[in-house]
Design a protein around this ligand. Structure first.
Ligand code: SAM
Length: 218
């Protein structure tokens, strides 16, 4: 286990959680975010900003998403105990840890990252923070992860030009995917597959993410 939160970090996290609550974040998501020590997912020189509601650099021109964005995506995903979840874009591993808390010990999170150094970073961070139900895979996540499909939930944490067809296929019936989509402007889109396999898309508002690079990305 890495170091525990210091007093400043504990206070900072309290303030952050109160702000997310005031924004209407679901209580289960707040509980999960309270449990995950965000400072353990950041480089040492960034740890003092861990509980500020802002994206932060994690190296290799990539970022850990802002807490409010993690909260919004987890709210939209409606993750419950025991679900199998796919994340595209592991980065620091923080969002995967929050989703692992929501899926509980009978749930499973697979997270795919294309940059090998970030695969190691996410693996180390998740191990240090004590998450054993998350598997980090090095691959082009724009093609999904067919070997463990279908997934109850899919979270894409980088922006795609359009919803990659393999991700749509790998979503289970009654499944939900949240993905930023767009070229000039980016929109957070909720993709739902009903019990018959029919797909619907709902645009939730403008966002800013780093690009999804790969076969079905940019
Ligand atoms: N979820 C991360 C966290 O909690 O720290 C933040 C993700 S960061 C905003 C987006 C990540 O997507 C980057 O680490 C980037 O390398 C990754 N990425 C971009 N294209 C990808 C692809 N085709 N497959 C897998 N990962 C990709």
């Amino acid at each position: 286990m890495g170091r525990r939160k210091n007093l400043m970090e504990s206070k900072g996290q309290e303030v952050l959680i109160r702000a997310l609550k005031a924004n209407g974040t679901d209580q289960r998501v707040l509980n999960a975010m309270k449990k995950v020590p965000r400072h353990l997912f950041l480089p040492e020189d960034m740890q003092s900003f861990a509980y500020a509601d802002t994206p932060l650099p994690i190296g290799y021109d990539q970022t850990i998403s802002a807490p409010h964005m993690v909260a919004i995506m987890c709210d939209l995903l409606k993750i419950t105990e025991g679900m199998t979840i796919l994340e595209i874009g592991s980065g620091s591993g923080y969002n995967a840890a929050v989703m692992a808390e929501l899926a509980g010990e009978n749930g499973k999170v697979y997270t795919v990252e294309r940059i090998p150094e970030l695969v190691d970073l996410a693996r180390n961070n998740l191990e240090r923070a004590g998450y054993s139900n998350v598997t980090v895979v090095h691959d082009d996540g724009s093609c999904g992860l067919p070997e463990h499909a279908p997934y109850d939930r899919i979270a894409v944490t980088s922006v795609a030009p359009e919803v990659p067809p393999p991700l749509r296929e790998q979503l289970s019936k009654n499944g939900i995917m949240v993905i930023p989509v767009g070229t000039q402007y980016q929109t957070l889109v909720v993709v739902k597959k009903d019990s018959k396999g029919n797909i619907t898309h709902k645009a939730m508002g403008e966002v800013i993410f780093v690009p999804l690079i790969g076969k079905y990305g940019f």
